[in-house]
Structures are given as C-alpha cells and as structure tokens.
Design a protein around this ligand. Structure first.
Ligand SMILES: [Zn+2]
Length: 188
C-alpha cells in the first residue's frame, strides 16, 4: 500500500496503448474506495476499468474479455482469495501471447502473505517489487499496518474504508499481531 503499484500499473498500460496495443484494465468489485469505473492512483491519475467480482465468475469474465485484446492489467489482485482460479487463468492468458500486468499487495496487515499474490509471483516472467516509505521512520516499507485512533489493530483480513486507516511500515516499526490476537482471529 502507498508503494505506487497502481501508478506503475497505469504507466505500463499507457505505454502499451501508445504502442498501439488494445488494452483492458480490470479491478475487483470489493474496492469501493473510489468510483467504480476508474482505477485511481493516490496521485489522482485515472484510467477506465472494468469492475469484476472476486469470485471465479469474475475471473472467467476476465478470461473471456481478454480474448479481444493484446494486453490486460489487473489491479489489487490480492482480493481474489486463496482458492481463486485467478493465478492459473492469468497464466493461461499469458501463454496465449498476450501481455498481462498485475498489481498486488504481497502481505496483509498481519504481515502474512496473500496466497493468490504469492502464486501469481511464482508464475510471473518478471516481478517488480515496490516499497513505500515507513510512516514512522522513513525507511523503505514493505508492511501495511492497520491503525485505529493511533493504535495498531488487527481483525478480519480484508476490509477497506471505515474508521480504521492503513499506513506503510518498515519491518522494525511494524507491530506484529500477538499470539492472543491470532487466537482471536481464528476464533479459538
Ligand atoms: Zn520504520
């Protein structure tokens, strides 16, 4: 989060469009922070996007629509959960001589890797690892901390908006969930 991954995705897609390639951008339906027909970067750059559901029907829609284009982009791919067919499907689209760009967070706010992101990384030909700036100390940040009223909080894994906010943290400043927090999350 705040690493510029959406900006980078839009930049890569814009380059493909300038090269004359037909391009489609997809975003998960779960992301309702901004309007539903554009992908917007934190800097306010917008690109039209097709909103698809985060279940396998959404993935099948991506596959079908990709048939008519040369390049696809997918933003926030971590929202397709761990048993999603997204990694296999984007792999098969890439094998049809199409270019696939995917932006995804690799860890959730507990510091735990998203399985879908990990599997996409393993299947990718090229991986760009972007870092944010730690909100506490200014070092490179690869963690995302959920904060509410100035306190680090944990809870369900995917949630956007509401009263809590998210901030980038480096490994030293990131507060990992305690054993008790993990137990609470697992309902044990
Ligand atoms: Zn730090």
């Amino acid at each position: 989060m705040f690493s510029g991954k959406t900006s980078r995705l839009i930049e890569l897609l814009e380059r493909e469009m300038l090269a004359g390639r037909n391009t489609l951008l997809f975003k998960p339906e779960i992301d309702k922070r901004y309007d539903t027909t554009y992908v917007t970067t934190h800097k306010g750059i917008r690109l039209p996007a097709i909103v698809v559901s985060v279940d396998n029907d959404g993935v099948k829609k991506i596959k079908t629509l990709s048939e008519g284009v040369d390049v696809i982009g997918i933003d926030e791919a971590q929202f397709w959960d761990h048993d999603s067919i997204l990694p296999e499907v984007v792999d098969s689209i890439a094998s049809m001589k199409k270019i696939v760009y995917i932006a995804a967070l690799n860890k959730n706010h507990l510091g735990i890797p998203f399985k879908t992101s990990q599997e996409i990384i393993a299947r990718a030909d090229q991986v760009y690892s972007l870092t944010a700036v730690c909100a506490k100390c200014g070092e490179d940040a690869t963690f995302t901390q959920r904060v509410m009223n100035g306190r680090e909080v944990f809870g369900e894994a995917i949630k956007i908006g509401g009263m809590e906010s998210y901030e980038p943290r480096c490994r030293n400043c990131f507060v990992f969930p305690s054993v008790e927090d993990i137990k609470k999350l697992n309902g044990t």
